[in-house]
Design a binder for this molecule. Structure first.
Ligand code: ZN
Length: 259
């Protein structure tokens, strides 16, 4: 059993698992054929503020920017689910010379998602670190405009545009969810794919769990409202308006250079 698996078992036993994944969003095809009179779409269909830089192909889920912050994982398809594990300060065990030892506590929150799900910057800031560390694997570190340090770890890949010194905005694509780390460079699969997200204020790691939950809950709420408005258009039989709204909701993002 790997270090992580041992820890995961304990975490599963001791700590609560909070799933805040919303229902899969799916646009229904209008029952009737095209209307000849397009109906202008009034506000409410698109209450979300989409980050312009993310683009995992057809974007079934967009990062939602709230108060200049974005939830750091986007869905990669409409059936994707995310889980936010309340694993702050969970014991961290490691097999050292044949003995399980407590080597510290978990100083971040793990967000379960499938390998390849887009990881986006929560904040505006500047890339401070890119590359490999033993525990974090492939990681990106962002110095936020607020002075805090944001860590995105265990990535399967880092987007080519992310280099030390480059600026990012909330929702900016940083890389993809993976399972790298707990070994030398390239080591992976010691644990299920997830994003390890950490926030350091003044040199101290702080618990980002409440912020993550509120951001994601709000994002799901807004996404749900947008989907219901879209479904209402579908039910009305106004194919053109439905198609235009569906395009804005799911497909309207221009790909960033290099993706
Ligand atoms: Zn973690």
């Amino acid at each position: 059993m790997s270090v992580y698996k041992a820890r995961a078992v304990r975490v599963a036993l001791v700590l609560s698992l909070v799933s805040v994944a919303g229902p899969p969003a799916r646009a229904a095809v209008p029952a009737r054929s095209a209307s000849t009179v397009p109906v202008p779409v009034q506000g409410g269909v698109m209450p979300v503020t989409a980050a312009p830089s993310l683009t995992p192909g057809p974007a079934h889920y967009r990062p939602v920017v709230l108060g200049h912050r974005a939830f750091p994982v986007a869905r990669s398809n409409y059936l994707s689910f995310l889980r936010i594990l309340n694993s702050w300060h969970a014991p961290r065990l490691r097999l050292v010379a044949g003995e399980w030892r407590l080597v510290g506590v978990h100083e971040g929150i793990d967000i379960g998602a499938e390998t390849g799900a887009p990881v986006v910057s929560m904040t505006s800031g500047v890339i401070e670190n890119v590359g490999w560390t033993f525990y974090s694997g492939q990681r990106v570190g962002v110095r936020g405009d607020d002075g805090a340090y944001y860590l995105y770890a265990h990535l399967s890949s880092v987007w080519s545009g992310i280099v030390v010194g480059s600026g990012v905005t909330p929702g900016r694509l940083l890389g993809r969810v993976g399972s790298t780390g707990y070994g030398s460079e390239g080591h992976r699969d010691e644990f299920p794919p997830h994003l390890h997200f950490g926030v350091q204020h003044g040199g101290e790691w702080t618990n980002p769990y409440p912020l993550l939950v509120s951001l994601y809950t709000e994002a799901v709420t807004r996404q749900g409202a947008a989907q219901r408005a879209l479904d209402a258009l579908a039910a009305s039989g106004d194919t053109e308006a439905w198609r235009a709204a569906a395009d804005r909701l799911y497909l309207g993002l221009a790909p960033p250079p290099g993706e």
